[in-house]
Design a protein around this ligand. Structure first.
Ligand code: SAM
Ligand code: TMP
Ligand code: ZN
Length: 408
């Protein structure tokens, strides 16, 4: 029997196409002396044949993922800081030009985008349930409310601050299974000509690159233009623009507007046609995705075991949330990786979830270069390669696994 569940968007029947098995919370880095029981859930992915939405079969309660100690700080990457500064400038120039514009951001995190808006003196509000990251945003002059965005909280914002010209979300909307509440809330909050702009990893890129580690507890949905267009329609919203982004291994930025308020751009019809041609969620496409993923995983584990048997030093680079899927699905643990280095203080000194590899600061990497580094933060490859020329010069080599396993 093929496992099924109810589609979070259209209530159709989601068909499972990939089972990653028992997985921990991707951002639950543990203290080494923590003897408490670790939380696991079944990470499996399916697609809805009715609305095309790719989604997880099981949902992890949101409070387990997003809380006071949520350890992901968006400003940790120089490239992402520049990306969000440019994004803020674009929103200011294109959508926040009226007499007293107002923008609301879902998941503003440490204020990486809103700090530019705040500096421009434009009215804004960040909705951010995770405590520690939001304190950093506040310290930058960003106005933040510690709450999950959903219909109820959206209505309160509307009551207190009036309608929003822009609602923006980066790498956050795909984290939210309760889309009905969020989109109804956005419908209430937006001004008649307002827009909801959001960017998230693109399933078209995940499929092309077999980047299976884009699936983890926090990434509940993997969107396509087709599935977003179908979803938006159900809530009286039109997909009016779409833009491809190079961030996080390939993303799409979607612009939704109230039905009939704006004319969809040519980029929308172009990508919809492209997706129809690619048929990304056909049973054959999904089966071949699964085959590639299993093949890549096997080669990666084989390579790492062989290096261990040769007595080579191998470390992981970047204790990303997505690496939880790779490490736990491929069975990569402290036997195969000496440590994982990461610049985030909240992750250092802890163990990677499920796989139990020590997380050490960046200095552990440079102090004594290993022979090999498994690039777990592959979505930041350009930035990291540029920073780590010394590693290559010292004879070190990178192990990559997206789109294929290779050593360079
Ligand atoms: N926007 C930042 C970026 O692109 O780097 C942060 C992305 S981070 C992966 C996702 C953020 O969404 C977390 O800070 C989390 O606390 C927040 N979040 C999760 N559910 C939310 C909700 N319902 N409303 C607002 N923020 C939410
Ligand atoms: P992300 O892929 O979800 O953005 O997570 C990136 C992780 O990698 C985050 O924990 C910060 C870390 N990182 C480094 O350790 N060094 C770096 O140069 C970059 C860009 C990220
Ligand atoms: Zn559906």
């Amino acid at each position: 029997m093929v496992p099924t569940t109810t589609c979070r968007v259209c209530r159709g029947t989601v068909t499972e196409f990939m089972d990653f098995g028992r997985q921990p919370l991707s951002d639950a880095f543990r203290e080494p002396d923590d003897t408490g029981e670790e939380f696991f859930y079944r990470l499996a992915v399916g697609a809805c044949p009715d609305c095309q939405m790719v989604q997880l079969m099981e949902e992890v309660p949101r409070e387990r993922m997003f809380h006071e100690g949520y350890p992901y700080y968006s400003s940790g990457s120089t490239v992402m800081r520049a990306h969000f500064e440019a994004t803020a400038e674009k929103l200011l120039a294109e959508h926040l030009t009226g007499p007293d514009p107002f923008v609301v951001e879902l998941g503003c995190n440490d204020g990486v985008m809103l700090e530019t808006v705040a500096r421009a003196g434009v009215r804004h509000l960040g909705m951010e349930p995770s405590g520690a990251v939001s304190e950093v945003a506040r310290s930058k002059g960003v106005r933040v409310r510690n709450a999950f965005f959903e219909k109820e909280t959206a209505l309160r914002v509307r009551e207190e601050d009036g309608p929003a010209d822009v609602v923006y979300a980066a790498n956050t909307f795909c984290h939210i299974p309760y889309v009905d509440s969020v989109l109804e809330g956005i419908g209430e909050l937006l001004a008649p000509d307002g827009v909801f702009v959001f960017e998230d990893p693109y399933f078209g890129d995940v499929s092309a690159k077999a980047s299976f580690d884009q699936f983890y507890d926090e990434h509940f949905f993997l969107f396509t233009a087709t599935s977003v267009r179908n979803m938006a329609r159900r809530f009286g919203l039109d997909l009016v623009d779409v833009e491809r982004l190079p961030t996080h291994g390939g993303e799409l930025r979607y612009t939704l507007a109230k039905e009939g308020a704006r004319t969809p751009s040519r980029a929308v019809s172009a990508i919809l046609a492209e997706e129809e041609e690619r048929d990304l969620t056909s049973p054959e496409a999904l089966r071949s995705f699964g085959d590639r993923v299993r093949g890549n995983c096997e080669s990666l584990t084989k390579e790492l075991r062989s290096l261990r048997d040769q007595g080579r030093r191998v470390v992981g680079y970047g204790a990303t949330a997505k690496s939880a899927t790779v490490l736990n699905f491929c069975g990569i643990d402290a036997e195969l990786l000496e440590f994982v280095c990461d610049t985030t203080p909240a992750k250092q000194g802890r163990l990677t979830p499920g796989s139990g590899v020590r997380v050490l600061g960046h200095e552990a990497f440079t102090a004594s270069y290993p022979d090999y580094a498994l690039l777990l933060a592959w979505n930041h490859a350009e930035e990291i390669m540029a920073k780590e020329v010394g590693f290559r010069e010292a004879g070190g080599r990178w192990i990559q696994y997206v789109p294929d396993v290779r050593i360079e």
